[in-house]
Design a protein. Sequence first.
Lengths: 284, 467
Amino acid sequence: MSNIDQFESVFRAASREIYQYEKASINKVMIVTDLEAEEMLAFETAVKKFIKVLGAGVVWETISGDDSKRPDVVLKTIEESQVDLVVTYRNLHSDYSSQIYSLGTHLDMMSQKASAAVLVMPHPKSAEFTEKILENTNHVMAITDHLNGDCRLVNMAACFTASGGVLRLSHVEDEKSFEHVMTALSQIPEIDTDKARELISHRLLKDPTDYIATCTVTLAEAGVHLTVEQVVQFGCHLSVYRQVIEEHQVDLLVMHAKDEDQMAMHGLAYPLAVEFRHVPLLML
Amino acid sequence: MNPLLLEVSHVQATVEAFSPTCWLFASLLLGLVLCLAFEEKIHAKKSVIAGFFALISLLLGGVMGVLELDSGHGSHLPYYILAIDWGVICIILGSSLFVDVTSRSGLFTWVAIKLTKLSKGDPLLLLWFYGLMTVIFSAVLNNVTAMIIVGSLTAVSLDKLGKNDKLLGFLLVEGFLTNIGGLLTLISSVPNIIVGDAAGISFLTFFQKVWLYVLLATIITIFIGAKKFGIIKLKSDKEKEEAALLVSGFNENDGIESRGFFSFGALMLVLFIVVIAATSALPVINKLGMAFVALAFALIMLLRYKSAVDQFYKGLDWDLLGFFAALFVVINVMEHAQVLAMIGDGLSFIIDLDKTQTGLGTGTLLVTSAGFSSVTDNIPLAAMLANILQTLNTAGDSNLWWSVIFGANLGGNLTPIGSASTLVAVTIMHKHKLNMSFVGFVKVALPFALIQIILATMYVLFVLDFF
């Protein structure tokens, strides 16, 4: 080990992202519906029961009917009301039965532009909207392909996990992308392909694993009563998450839907949102 | 000095100093010095440059009858093998291997990260800690390895702290300190080994003579560096808290593969320093010399990787080793061609200044050595001057040896090509897209180097004799 790059690598590897726990503050929640009065009330009741983990001090607001018809007006109302969370459902103001592979225009805009987090429930009139599914948030899973250093995602997921529940922190490295890079490496004679595969794959999984370990310790130290479990592996996002959701009966998925390049919805979040129609999603 | 080298050195001179033949060989030596100075421009490695000049010198020496290639040294080994000081080569080979294997234990990175965390991310404290670490690593390891370790950690930690604007200042101060740290022990730098070997200075004597200068120069360099580059303490509690949190993310244990090997590495490093320091006092070992100690410790460390030692052999700086071997050959030929006697004649003018005015010769030699060392490699300079002082029968306790040691080491701080470690510092700067031209470096370095050289001159003249 005698050159600059080797030592820089050693020091970079020794440099960890630190998880900082900060209790997510959700004081004001806005429910956005297109339902009639009675159905709206039932939806509100179901939502309040589902996210009772937020506590009794939350201020609830609702917009419905014509007030929620135009997406731009809804967005404006959300921003003006300075809510911390928006609760709505798939295919708001659109036909849920014919557009099952779409979230609908309203949600598209809200998930990408609203400054508040958006909780997306199954459509109240759909078969997925069952009492069993919306019972509690005992099993919450944070989904990302870059968990390392993502304090906000972990804090929000922890905030929505019921006391004594399980918070599953996941980091799935896309196997296809990895193989694509490995194919390129295998064509470079100066690089030992087997060694590169071993070292790169180890490195890619080590950082999120270490980060989850610090999350576990920090959450316990902060007195947050939950169990942290990890899902760190290579694979295809959809199939890995499908398997985990089915195996552990996940109640809520937490993921990013916004980023500076507007890539989140085009990358991981949208396909997952469309695929897992029966699981409530918290989009940050 | 190597006895084999003595054998080939003290043959009857067949060439007169200042003769045309002598001037021809002197021009070859000048060519070597110039090519080494412009190594980067001519895109050739040191070993190739010196090897080429060794080849020409040997051929010309043989053809012109300067060298008695077939007799006179009573050995079946070829002339050019006997001309090499294998003791110096083996010290470098052994200590390089030892340091390389020991660094695998994670020991040096552990120390470096521990200090980073101890600073709590405060830039001024970080500069002091990294500065002291640079000096100690330069003394214990070598100045190039020290610069690589501390420089790369500096780049990573300042990046983490969001203080990339201070990287240039940190790297420059660390670069200067490698050459100060390189003065601390007999094995800290190659000029020390060469001159110490020629003058018969022991490890302990060397340390006793220079430690105070190293301490003073380190403090002054860091102090001025902090002022000049605006490296100050964090003021608000919020800043301190954030910085402490960021550096707490470093895990000093990350680079440690095995706790056992880590402890073994630490123990061996301490033992290595103790045995090297006590070499002259240990029976049998004193006969085998420091090269034996360095090789023995390297071999013991290599046992940990006994089935994969080739990776360490590959990692050796073969260019440097080849350069030394070729350089010793060139110096030997120059000695026979009376070039060293000719330079020595000129040098004796400087040395004789001591007779008329005490210390003038010693001081002038120090400053001249520093000046030459700043524009060319300090190793051939040290080798040549050591050889000349030896030829002039300079006493082992003369301060002239120390003038060469101080000058050869500190001259490296004047220019980016003055020493290998400052070149490493500049390489790290370029890697991190920091512009640093030759002139730019000299402008920044000049005040530091002048203070260090003036301090060294005063030290050699007025303090050294007290130790």
